[in-house]
Design a protein around this ligand. Structure first.
Ligand SMILES: [Zn+2]
Length: 458
């Protein structure tokens, strides 16, 4: 090896899992980048990490988290949320803009970046918001490195005013001009409010009323409308947290007509169904809601057919007191998830519901490509040495007391796990090992590579 190809660290003896296969290989890194993947890469006298018996995965890329800065740090902050990510094998998070204040202008984007950039334990991207009147702010946020834009067609935490169709279309055009992804919460806001009012005035306050107030067609309508508009605007479109069988079928139908869109499902929508309202109450209030088993089964079938591109967490922390709220209309939507995603999916893999290769494709490779993260999502030369060492055989249970968010209230508490994160490396540096966060915040902002629209996207 020539001098500048000498690794400063080599992972030996592990099985490298990629989006399309696995192979016993060493991984050599230098200055935070992978320089070689192959056999017998260890160099006499230089540091090695023995990964024998372990799986080596590219760090997960979670494109849907709410770390609550600025303005809601009683729920979570960038330090606590990214520590949880590190412990969960997630080395890149992309944070949502529905904070207080929301990130809907270039000035706010700059303020948020300044506020969080020294606190992150993993690499991070920041979304801007596409709101009811900010199309002329899109280019400025893009200039500052916005990973993409979040469009709330239906109301959620923060109670931001949903844009009308004209504002949506102007935002889509501006995002298309910037070459950036628009990610959508696809529910029809007017219908949500109408059904919610009806249930409220009938006296319902129970957790299941949330599900009844958000019927599947509300998602189908929004999916249809946004895909139709995004195609016309030539925008790169992503549907966050698709939750229904009918919504997924509509995506299939529109794809068959030539529309291009990527689709995300949440861990919660895969692992919980509506019987869970009896057990967990408002803790599992989620927008869109936890659905009946028929929808859950349709999402799993969609994963098997390759119709779903991304799995994400929608890590949405609230305080423990807020999570105990009994009145469904006062309860917040969402719960934590960034630390449990990989162990829960490894458990599903151990049960034969998907493969570890699928996990890599859905949680790392495809999100990195869709959002044009040029050096993320693969264990290959030239990519960042974001590596997760996984023991697929470890038996454990989900234990909130050992987790790293500010409020570790999770519906998965006590669930049996097969598979665990042993260690997490960010650009070659150890950031988590066997229960402990290692070192100081070393996360950096990830900016999308400028790529031509025609070659981008899943
Ligand atoms: Zn969300």
């Amino acid at each position: 090896m020539s001098d500048n190809a000498t690794p400063d660290l080599v992972f030996t003896g592990g099985t490298v899992v990629s989006h399309d296969g696995r192979r016993r290989n060493d991984v050599a890194i230098r200055d935070g980048r992978i320089i070689a993947v192959g056999e017998d890469l260890a160099v006499e006298g230089l540091p090695t990490v023995d990964a024998t018996g372990l799986l080596v995965l590219p760090g997960l890329v979670d494109v849907h988290v709410h770390l609550r800065e600025p303005g809601m740090t009683e729920k979570e902050d960038f330090a606590s949320g990214t520590r949880a990510a590190a412990a969960g094998g997630v080395t890149t998070v992309v944070d949502m803009p529905n904070t207080s204040p929301p990130v809907a202008t270039a000035e706010r984007y700059r303020q948020k970046l300044d506020l969080v950039k020294e606190k992150a334990y993993v690499d991070f991207g920041l979304y801007g918001m596409l709101d009811h009147d900010n199309a002329d702010e899109i280019a400025g946020m893009a200039e500052l490195g916005a990973m993409g834009f979040k469009l709330f067609m239906g109301q959620t935490t923060g109670d931001n005013r949903c844009p009308n169709d004209a504002a949506i279309f102007r935002g889509l055009e501006a995002a298309a001009a910037a070459g950036l992804v628009v990610g959508v919460h696809a529910e029809n806001d007017h219908l949500l409010r109408m059904f919610g009012d009806r249930l409220r005035s009938s006296g319902r306050t129970d957790p299941r009323a949330h599900l009844e107030g958000r019927p599947a067609f509300v998602e189908v309508e929004a999916v249809t409308r946004i895909i139709t508009m995004a195609t016309e605007a030539k925008a790169k479109l992503h549907i966050h947290h698709l939750s229904t069988a009918d919504g997924l079928q509509r995506v299939r139908d529109l794809r068959a007509e030539g529309h291009r869109v990527s689709v995300e499902v949440l861990v919660g929508h895969l692992l919980l169904d509506d019987t869970a309202y009896d057990t967990y109450g408002n803790l599992i209030k989620l927008n869109p809601p936890i659905r009946p088993a028929a929808d859950v089964n349709a999402l799993w079938a969609g994963l098997g057919l390759g119709d779903i591109d991304v799995i994400a967490t929608d890590h949405a922390p609230h305080t423990a007191a807020e999570q105990a709220e009994q009145d469904v209309w006062k309860a917040y939507g969402g719960f934590i998830g960034v630390e449990t995603m990989l162990p829960l999916l490894l458990t599903a893999a151990a049960q034969g519901r998907l493969t570890v290769e699928d996990i890599v494709r859905l949680c790392s490779y495809t999100p990195a490509r869709k959002w044009s993260m040029a050096t993320k999502g693969q264990v290959a030369p030239g990519f960042d040495a974001d590596l997760v060492l996984v023991d697929p055989a470890t038996q454990a249970v989900v234990d909130g007391t050992s987790m790293h968010s500010k409020h570790n209230v999770t519906p998965y508490e006590g669930w049996a796990l097969t598979g665990a994160v042993v260690a997490t490396y960010l650009r070659g540096g150890l950031i988590y090992e066997k229960g402990a966060i290692i070192g100081n915040p070393a996360g950096r902002q990830v900016r999308p590579a400028r790529v031509p629209l025609a070659t981008a996207g899943a």
